[in-house]
Structures are given as C-alpha cells and as structure tokens.
Design a protein around this ligand. Structure first.
Ligand SMILES: *Cc1c(COP(=O)(O)O)cnc(C)c1O
Length: 454
C-alpha cells in the first residue's frame, strides 16, 4: 500500500483518498508517493482493464478493487475510439499516442473522467459534498465540466475570461446544461479569473462554508491516471523508446517519469515547448528565469511556472523537502533559480528540452498534412517537430494532446482546411448556451458561488 508525502516535507503523510480530496499540501508542496511500486505490465488487454492493473498499487487501501475496476471501466467507456488510446505511425517513423478521443477532445479527459468518478465515490462514502471552483483559459474547464456534470456530491463553478476564449472552447463549457454546472464569464483576463479563485481559497471562512475543492493539474490522482498510457504506449514497441511530450504545467510528462521509475521501457523524455521556453532552459542547464507569458498558437503550453516540475525537483534534490521549499521560494521571489552541476548531470541522462516557434509549428502541420494526409493540432505539432530533431537512435513516440478541431484557426492557417468536429460534437454550434457574465469583483463572484450550491 502506497502512502503519500509532500514535496516540501512539512505536512503529514496521507492515504490516496485524502490526497485525492486535498490537492495542494498544507505546507505548499505537492503530494508524491513515499515509495514507488515496481512492475511494467505488457499491454495485452483492453485499456480499462490495463489501467486498473497499473493504478491499483497507488489506490489500494482507499477503495475496494471491484469498485475501482468499475469506476475505471466507466471512465474510459466515454472515449469514442475502441482502443481508447490508439497509437498511429507517421511516414517518418514517429508514432503518435492519441490521447484526444475523450469527450472534450484533449488529453485532460484521460485524467478528469477518472477524477470525477473517484471524487463522487469518496464523497458518497464520507457523506460529504464539495464545491469545485476553477479558472480556465480553455481546455481544463471543459474537461472538468464534462467529468463532474451530474455528479451527486459536487457542484462545479468554472470562471473563464469573457470574450477571450475560442468559440469551440467556450461552447464546450457553456452548452453543458446540467444543474450542478455553472459557467461564469468574468469581465477580465485569465489572470483575473485565477486571482479570483486564489482569493476564494485564501478566504478561510468562505472556503470552509462552501467546502471549496480544486481539480487542477497538481492533484496526484490526475498524474496517476496519466501514468497508465506511458506503460501502454511504451509496451507496444520492442525495446526502449524515447517519448516527446508537448508540455505546459509538466503534469503529463511527470506521469511518464513515474512510469519509467516503475519499470516502463522508456529511455528518454523530450520536453517540447513553444516560445515560452523556460523548461528548455531548465533541461539544458538546470536553471530557470521567469519571463512574461507570451501568447502562441499552442495556448495550453503558454506557461512560465510549471507547477508539477516541483515533483521532479523533489527527486533531483534527493527528496530533501526543506531544500525544495527553499529553492522554489527563492525562484518565486527572485524570478531565478540555478541548481548546479550535480543536477545538470542527473538531467542529462534522461531529459532533453526542445522549443519550436509558431512558424516552425505551422511548418510541421503543413508537412505532416502533405506527407501523411493527417491534420495535427498545434500542440501535437510542437511535439512532432521536437521529436524529429531527435530521430535516430530510438523509436520516437509523441504524446498527441489535442484533436485538431479544438484549434481550427491554427489548422486553417497551416493547411487551408477547416477541421471537422467529431460526430458527438457536430451540433456544438447549434446548442443552447448558459453562462453568467460577472464583473471582476471578488464579493460578487463569491455571492454567485454561494447561491449556485445545491
Ligand atoms: C494541458 C495541455 C498541455 C500541457 O500539459 P501539461 O500536463 O500541463 O504539461 C498540452 N497540450 C494540450 C492540448 C493541453 O490541453
């Protein structure tokens, strides 16, 4: 049975069920397992069965096996591809691990579909309810709403910046008319939305009264759900592979590192970034300097501080929680941190950073369309471009993180084509929308959340 402790070393150990509902540790750290289960299982069974096998050691003791298996089966029954996560080859040998066949067409569904069901199960057992509040610039909000719609023990309020998300992204959130789902369009930017959420969590009286909960990418259960497809994809090649991951908050690729520690045959990770390339700096010299976030064609990777990187830093610093806290506090206050030669040499064994400009991203999309007749979304294209620079010594797998129809403007710019939405979403533009426009004022948004709860 696996227990969990904080990367900053100053919070009590918790069980899986507590970590699921807690999110961030009280010392400001992220939860990681105190020991790593070992074992790579050959992917010779349906995905849901495989996922149950791989995740079981992480949840054992918090849930019974039959309930867990049925939750996992239910979660992946929402995916439209019979293999759930198919692996496709391009002409040049690069293989795409298609993570986007879930309800909202981005890889976040793989974790969120499981998380929604696990939350409901655990809250039911405890006879408790929570209110999930989150801010989104697009993908996370829609994946969370799809996962938590109609859950008995959860109300969900998602803030998005009014008139600043793409129409596909907005409609994926606002056309979900379930009674426990509430969309707020804030008159402000994404940062304003995030600040409102932070302020609500900081208001202890409010937080306790509405039982506020978060499902952001630092939640351990999200990482855990993603570990599965690294075993799954790597196990389909003979021998070790290299895996390239289009990266923002580092949650996806960190799950790959967990799979590798468990024994999955993964030799190397290529961390792919757009022009916001602080991670490229980290993987070349173990240092980071915060700059302004610049918008790009791959908006889900427009990030400067990758929150899940803390989990890798914890490992690189030998599990020394006090050192993690010190270095990351300094990084936040001074905008710079350098980890020194020992960390540089540890990183060089297994990690590479690559960055692509928007122009390079569009070129990859155009080329792949020409040679393979396949349309890539701009995030996946950043991954393919990065992987191609590395092709040679190992089979190259790329995590394909979104369906192209989620980013029609970039696809049109690169290929001249308008990507079609899959069948289950083809009437998205005719569906009724429901959302409330609110000013960027904490008291007003808090009053809305209070009134929205069942
Ligand atoms: C969220 C997201 C990413 C970044 O994933 P992280 O886990 O934050 O690194 C990449 N591509 C797409 C399409 C996403 O939605």
């Amino acid at each position: 049975m696996v227990a969990y402790h904080s990367t900053r070393g100053a919070a009590p150990e918790l069980s899986f069920a507590d970590v699921l509902l807690t999110g961030l540790a009280p010392d400001g750290g992220l939860y990681v397992p105190t020991s790593w289960p070992s074992g790579h299982i050959a992917p010779q069974m349906p995905y849901a069965d495989y996922a149950t096998e791989v995740m079981w050691p992480f949840v054992e003791g918090s849930i019974d096996r039959a309930s867990f298996a049925s939750i996992v089966a239910d979660a992946y029954a929402t995916f439209t591809h019979p293999d759930v996560i198919p692996v496709e080859s391009l002409q040049d040998g690069v293989q795409l691990v298609e993570l986007f066949h879930g309800p909202t067409l981005a890889f976040k569904d793989v974790a969120m579909q499981l998380l929604g069901r696990l939350f409901d199960h655990e809250l039911e057992r405890r006879q408790e309810r929570v209110t999930i509040v989150g801010a989104t610039s697009g993908d996370t909000g829609s994946a969370a709403i799809e996962a938590f719609r109609d859950r008995d023990n959860v109300d969900i309020v998602i803030l998005h910046p009014h008139n600043r998300t793409s129409e596909v992204q907005r409609r994926q959130m606002t056309t979900v008319l379930a009674s426990n789902v509430h969309n707020v369009a804030v008159e402000g930017t994404f940062d304003d939305c995030q600040d409102l959420v932070k302020a609500m969590f900081a208001d202890t009286a409010f937080r306790d009264r509405v039982r506020l909960a978060a499902v952001n990418s630092i939640n351990w259960a999200r990482v855990m759900a993603q570990v599965v497809y690294y075993h799954w994809a790597a196990g389909q090649s003979d021998g070790p592979v290299s895996i390239t991951v289009p990266t923002g908050n580092f949650g996806n690729v960190f799950a790959g590192r967990v799979a590798q520690r468990m024994g999955a045959p993964i030799d190397r990770f290529v961390v792919a970034s757009n022009r916001n390339a602080i991670l490229t700096q980290f993987f070349s010299g173990a240092e980071m300097t915060i700059g302004p976030v610049e918008p790009s064609l791959s908006p889900s990777m427009d990030i400067q501080v990758s929150s899940n990187l803390e989990r890798l830093i914890h490992e690189l610093l030998g599990g020394d929680g006090a050192a993690v806290a010190e270095q990351l506090t300094r990084f936040r206050s001074e905008g710079h941190v350098a980890f020194g030669p020992e960390v540089v040499s540890k990183l060089s064994e297994r990690w590479v950073g690559e960055r692509l400009t928007d122009e390079e991203t569009l070129e990859v999309m155009a080329e792949v369309y020409e040679t393979d007749g396949m349309i890539l979304d701009p995030h996946t294209a950043v991954g393919v471009g990065a992987a191609r620079r590395r092709v040679g010594d190992l089979p190259e797998l790329v995590m394909a993180t979104a369906h192209p129809a989620k980013f029609p403007a970039a696809v049109e710019q690169a290929t001249g084509l308008h990507p079609e939405l899959p069948d289950h979403l083809d009437d998205l533009f005719e569906r009724e929308e429901r959302f409330t426009v609110l000013p960027n004022e904490l008291a007003t948004v808090q009053a809305f959340v209070d009134a929205a709860r069942r």
